[in-house]
Design a protein. Structure first.
Length: 364
């Protein structure tokens, strides 16, 4: 009986210690086969056994004060002992270069598997027709689909395994919701004005506006050509997972046929936007229409929190490029503080606009 009781207590010791480590030091499970979820699954089975054993042990030994006190002491001290043992087992240790490389590869494989799972889920949720193409061929397939789409009444859109999940609506629900978004879209001028006012609320001493004015004046007064070489490929089609530039193409992409000949309506048919500082779908429709009319800029791809435009007409002079840069920063202010920190950094960014075939925007 005592052997069985101690075995059960030992199992309970591991379960309670595992729970404590999972709560206070989850990194301890980085080398546990199956990870923390497997440990938690087993713990849910073991903990009730541990509690039942404690009650039985206490009941059986209630007539023996010494044994009963020993059992209680063991039960209360065992988690502490287990935590010490687990802490020792999971202590940081120096890894060899081979072990570090193997850990990196395993991490990349795990991320790739998760992304593939989400990708298959994404494809199942698509309610519009699509075709799968390799990442290396997707840009050419998109260009061909643009001309065909204008004749057949649709707009092509590229999504990849890294694209955030699109809404899980039926086709009828999504088309109805898209029409509501389109009907409620403001004017782009109204959106930019509202963003200026909103930004001023968080710029009480006027520092941000002053830096922006100085950067714009510097860029307009001393224009320069591009200061660096431009990788003028569609960024959404580049696989940045565990790689270094120049990034390879993604393995696979989907070319989706959005049922509208107006590319600026894509945010409405995907309900894209509306998180954190990202404009909502109505605002995106407004800005996309404005840039389509002025620059021939069409939304071409959705990525990992990103929105990408293909540009048809580039800015023709420095004044127009500076004005466009201001609009882009009002549309997406991620990294804006770094951009206007020094006027020459802002000017360098402006200098790329007259040669950029694609605009990429990212929201955290």
């Amino acid at each position: 009986m005592w052997v069985a009781a101690y075995l059960i207590l030992a199992i309970g010791l591991v379960a309670v210690a595992g729970w404590a480590l999972q709560r206070f030091r989850p990194s301890a499970f980085s080398r546990y086969p199956g990870g923390i979820e497997e440990f938690k699954r087993r713990g849910k089975i073991v903990i009730p056994i541990y509690l039942a054993a404690a009650l039985i042990l206490g009941g059986l030994n209630s007539g023996n004060q010494v044994l009963f006190a020993s059992a209680l002491a063991l039960m209360f001290s065992s988690p502490v002992v287990a935590i010490c043992l687990f802490a020792w087992w999971s202590r940081p240790r120096k890894r060899s270069p081979a072990e570090m490389q193997k850990a990196l590869e395993l991490g990349q494989q795990k991320l790739a598997a998760q992304r593939e799972l989400l990708w298959q889920q994404q494809l199942k949720q698509l309610v519009f027709p699509y075709e799968l193409v390799s990442g290396a061929e997707a840009e050419a397939a998109y260009e061909a689909a643009r001309a065909k789409g204008q004749a057949e009444g649709y707009t092509p859109l590229i999504i990849t395994p890294a694209t955030w999940l699109l809404p899980n609506f039926s086709r009828e629900e999504l088309v109805a919701e898209a029409q509501r978004v389109i009907d409620n879209a403001p004017q782009a001028k109204e959106f930019f004005s509202e963003r200026m006012v909103e930004r001023s609320k968080y710029d009480e001493d006027g520092t941000t506006n002053r830096r922006l004015d100085e950067a714009e004046a510097f860029a307009a007064a001393e224009p320069i050509g591009p200061t660096r070489e431009l990788d003028d490929r569609m960024f959404t089609l580049q696989d940045t997972l565990g790689e270094k530039p120049p990034f390879p193409h993604v393995r696979e992409a989907a070319l989706v046929r959005i049922p509208t000949p107006r590319p600026w309506e894509i945010p409405a048919y995907t309900l894209y936007g509306g998180w954190n500082a990202c404009p909502n779908s109505e605002q995106m429709v407004a800005v996309a229409q404005h840039w389509h009319e002025k620059y021939g800029a069409d939304i071409c791809a959705l990525g990992d929190g990103t929105l990408e435009f293909r540009v048809g007409r580039l800015p023709t002079d420095q004044r127009e490029a500076v004005e466009l840069m201001r609009e882009q920063m009002l549309f997406c202010d991620e990294g804006m503080d770094d951009l206007i920190e020094a006027p020459d950094i802002f000017r360098d960014a402006v200098s790329l606009l007259p040669i950029q075939k694609y605009w990429i925007f990212w929201w955290d």
